[in-house]
Design a protein around this ligand. Structure first.
Ligand code: MG
Length: 381
C-alpha cells in the first residue's frame, strides 16, 4: 500500500531505522509497529489521568491528555490521507506527542522545570524522547520502545540548542535549522487545531467561556452565523458542537488546500528534500492562520489565565515543588523500584543524576497519584 504514497512521504522501507537492531514482522510496516508500541506503553495509558486544561478530578466530561492525543491523531490522519503521505507514521507521532507531559499540564511542567533549573532543566518534548528511548521497560533486548527515526523526529517538536547537541542525528535539524518530514509537520499543526477547538468546548461546558463573547473571534463568529442562519432555537450543546465541528472542518480544509499548493510549488523528490527545503510545507492560508492565532490568543487570556484555572495551576505547582524537594532531601521516600538507579547515582556522587531520577518519577505521575503521594509524605512527617 505504501507504494501508492507520494514520493515526498515517509516510506517505511526507507526508514533511517531504529537505534537497536530489531527484526520486522510479517503483517505490519515499521510505523504501524511504532504506533502499536506507543499504545501498549504505560506512559500512554497514564495520559488518561493527566490534565489537559482541567485537572482530572474536576469532571469526567473534560478532555484529558489521552482523549486529546486521540483527537490529534484523528485530525492528523485525515490530513495525511488527503495529502497522500504516511497515515501510520502521522498517527504514531500524534499518539506519542504528549507522552512526556508532567501531571497538571503546563503548570506542572513549569514547576518541574524551575525545580530542575540547576540540574539541566526539564522540557516535556525531550521527556517524551527519554520515555520512548530509555524509560519504558518492555523489551528484553533494549531499553525504551526502540522507535524509528521518523517517529522520534516527529515527537521532538522543539529542542534547545544545548540539548540538541546531545542527541546525535536526532538533534541535527535544530542545529542546521532544517524541518522534519511532512508527517511530523502535520502532527504539529493537528495538535494546535485539536486543542484550540476542544478547549472551547470544555471552556463553554465549564462556563468559563461564553458563546456571545466568543463571537469576537472571527473564526468562531463565521461558523456561529452559518449555524444560526440554518437553525434557530438550538440547545446550547447542539449549537456549540455544530460550531466547533464546522470550525475544525474549515481550518483542516484550508490547511489541506494551502499545503497542496506549497508542496506543488517545491515538488520535493523525497523526504530529504522536505527536510532541507527551508520552509514548512504544511500551512494554513494567511487569513485562516491569522484567525486561528487570534483564537489561540483569546483562549490564553480568557481560559488558560482564568482565575479558576490559575487557582488549580498554583496548587499543582505547589504539589510538584513539594514532591521534588521532599525526594531530593530524602530519597528513601521514592519507590523501591527506583533504588537501583539511585544507588548508581549515589556511587558516582552526582546530584544531577539523582535529580533526573526524581524528575523522571514526578513527570511520570498522574494528577491523582501526585496529590496522593504529596498527602502520604505530608502525613508521615
Ligand atoms: Mg498536545
Amino acid at each position: 500500500m505504501e507504494d501508492d504514497l507520494a514520493v515526498y512521504a515517509a516510506h517505511s522501507e526507507k526508514t533511517k531505522g531504529r537505534i537497536h537492531k530489531d527484526d520486522g514482522t510479517a503483517y505490519r510496516n515499521q510505523y504501524q509497529r511504532d504506533r502499536d508500541r506507543i499504545i501498549h506503553s504505560s506512559a500512554f495509558r497514564r495520559l488518561e489521568y493527566k490534565t489537559q486544561v482541567f485537572v482530572n478530578h474536576e469532571g469526567d466530561m473534560f478532555r484529558t491528555r489521552l482523549t486529546h492525543s486521540i483527537e490529534v491523531a484523528q485530525i492528523g490522519r485525515t490530513i495525511a490521507r488527503a495529502l497522500n503521505v504516511n497515515e501510520d507514521l502521522t498517527e504514531a507521532i500524534c499518539l506519542a506527542h504528549d507522552l512526556g507531559h508532567t501531571p497538571f499540564g503546563h503548570a506542572g511542567q513549569d514547576a518541574l522545570n524551575a525545580c530542575m533549573k540547576e540540574y539541566g532543566g526539564f522540557e516535556h518534548n525531550l521527556q517524551s524522547i527519554r520515555i520512548v528511548d530509555q524509560l519504558e521497560e518492555r523489551y528484553a533486548s533494549f531499553p525504551g520502545l526502540n522507535l524509528t527515526f521518523e517517529t522520534r523526529e516527529g515527537i521532538l517538536k522543539h529542542c534547545s540548542r544545548n540539548n540538541a547537541l546531545t542527541l546525535g542525528e536526532l538533534g541535527e535539524r535544530f542545529i542546521n535549522n532544517e524541518k522534519p518530514g511532512i508527517e511530523a509537520q502535520i502532527a504539529n499543526i493537528a495538535d494546535e487545531i485539536a486543542y484550540n477547538n476542544h478547549d472551547i468546548d470544555d471552556g463553554l461546558r465549564a462556563e468559563l467561556l461564553n458563546i456571545e463573547a466568543l463571537r469576537n473571534c472571527e473564526l468562531f463568529n463565521i461558523q456561529h452565523e452559518s449555524v444560526t442562519s440554518k437553525w434557530s432555537g438550538l440547545a446550547d450543546s447542539q449549537l456549540r458542537h455544530e460550531i466547533i465541528r464546522r470550525m475544525i472542518n474549515y481550518v483542516v480544509s484550508d490547511l489541506i488546500k494551502t499545503s497542496e499548493s506549497m508542496i506543488d510549488a517545491i515538488k520535493p523528490a523525497d523526504i530529504e528534500q522536505v527536510r532541507k527545503c527551508g520552509k514548512s510545507l504544511i500551512k494554513m492560508s494567511d487569513s485562516t492562520d491569522g484567525m486561528h492565532k487570534a483564537l489561540k490568543k483569546y483562549l490564553r487570556v480568557n481560559l488558560y489565565q482564568h482565575e479558576r484555572v490559575m487557582r488549580m495551576a498554583n496548587q499543582a505547582k505547589e504539589t510538584v515543588s513539594f514532591l521534588f524537594n521532599a525526594y531530593m532531601e530524602d530519597s528513601d521516600l521514592l519507590t523501591n523500584e527506583l533504588q537501583p538507579s539511585l544507588d548508581e547515582a549515589k556511587d558516582i556522587k552526582d546530584k544531577n543524576v539523582v535529580a533526573r531520577v526524581v524528575a523522571d518519577y514526578i513527570a511520570g505521575m498522574t494528577d491523582r497519584f501526585a496529590f496522593a503521594e504529596a498527602e502520604r509524605i505530608r502525613s508521615n512527617v
